[in-house]
Design a protein around this ligand. Structure first.
Ligand code: PLP
Ligand code: COI
Length: 362
């Protein structure tokens, strides 16, 4: 497949270096967007066409557009990292591109070729390279997304679709940085069900998580943990991250279910752990196993992982009637050492022996 030729319209009101530096000083998690965005159109008759780079700004969409009514939408999340020599890299973008395709298939959207996904990342960096920060543990978060834009109110897949890529500088996802977080157990709400859309990265899953996330905030927790919707006993994942348990004997266990998002961070971290000689199990895990494991001392560390959160220790799980663990114990040793190994690879501080890094500039 040939590389896309992007039509390029530069932003004449681009932020000044001083304005950008002010944003870098306190980026939050994508509180600001870069100067440009990329888009590619798709139609049933014309396929993928009109790739563009244009100024970041409001997009025109008809009120009857499919996405506004029936939520036909998918997205991805990955980061651009500035290495010490100034070069700009991202992490396993082919895996995000393939997951974008499987999310598209689930939501009856067209599959964007992997090459076009990668081309769009490079196209955005070709105009917004200065937006990749260089302070420790900061990055430019890249957000590809796709939605049905055809205007009609019948319930069927849209025949006109838009793909966009936007980006914003990112610091730590949790304001507490890498300190252990408190998680709230959602007992009233599920995120996904059997045969549903849990394994797709689609907006509706996140919309379904918000009311439970509000419960978490109301109970002093930063994230919410969902259980399977059939038995309410198997651990699925957090609203926006996967979960991994570390056992006393060094075994790592992560829940297996077809209604959770197959995380690229989780896959990478478990690969690193296996290479260190740890046994890794991907299998169903009940909430009772977590309770018993912490009580008996068999489970010694628990962490959340995802692109936004990187690897964040989980200190405690709070539920209506019980609490497991405590945030006083501090981050686990293996959690932090895996976090360091992963971020060292991402920021180019350690050799990339897996071919995970992909250069976006130059
Ligand atoms: N689970 C959910 C629901 C997510 O939103 C994310 C974040 O993308 C993850 C897991 C972790 O996925 P990844 O490591 O690919 O970012
Ligand atoms: C990411 O980590 O990229 C995510 O998509 C999670 C975000 C929605 C918090």
């Amino acid at each position: 497949m040939t590389a896309l030729e992007f039509n390029r319209q530069l932003n004449l009101q681009a932020k000044s270096p001083a304005e950008r530096e002010a944003i870098f000083a306190n980026p939050g998690f994508c509180n600001f967007m870069t100067d440009h965005m990329v888009d590619i159109c798709w139609s049933e008759t014309g396929g993928w066409h009109r790739p563009r780079i244009q100024p970041y700004g409001p997009i025109e969409i008809e009120p009857a557009a499919a996405v506004l009514h029936y939520g036909q939408e998918i997205f991805e999340g990955l980061k651009a990292y500035r290495h010490a020599d100034g070069s700009i890299w991202t992490f396993r973008p082919d895996a995000n591109a393939r997951r974008f395709q499987s999310s598209a298939a689930r939501m009856a959207l067209p599959e964007l070729p992997v090459e076009y996904f990668l081309d769009s990342l490079k196209a955005l960096i070709s105009v917004d390279a200065d937006w990749v920060p260089s302070a420790p543990e900061t990055s430019l978060y890249l957000r590809p997304f796709m939605f049905g834009k055809e205007a009609f109110l019948g319930v069927r897949p849209a025949k006109k679709v838009a793909y966009y890529l936007i980006a914003g500088p990112a610091g730590a996802y949790f304001t507490s940085g890498a300190a252990p977080v408190s998680i709230w157990l959602s007992e009233n709400y599920s995120r996904a069900g059997k045969g549903g859309t849990g394994a797709a990265k689609t907006g509706g899953n996140y919309a379904a998580s918000l009311v439970a996330q509000n419960e978490a905030y109301a109970n002093g927790c930063q994230q919410v943990l969902f259980l399977d919707s059939t038995t309410n006993s198997y651990i699925e994942e957090l609203g926006g991250m996967n979960v991994v348990f570390v056992y006393k004997d060094g075994t790592l266990v992560t829940p297996l279910s077809d209604s959770i998002l197959p995380g690229i961070t989780r896959d990478s971290v478990l690969t690193l752990a296996e290479e260190r000689g740890h046994t890794v199990h991907r299998r169903p895990v009940t909430i009772q196993e977590w309770r018993d494991g912490v009580e008996s001392g068999d489970i010694v560390e628990v962490f959340a992982c995802g692109t936004a959160a990187v690897i964040t220790p989980i200190g405690e799980l709070k539920a209506k009637d019980f609490t497991i663990g405590s945030t006083d114990t501090g981050p686990g040793e293996l959690t932090m050492s895996l976090r360091e190994e992963l971020t060292d690879i991402q920021y180019g501080r350690r050799p990339d022996t897996h071919g995970w890094m992909y250069r976006l500039d130059g």
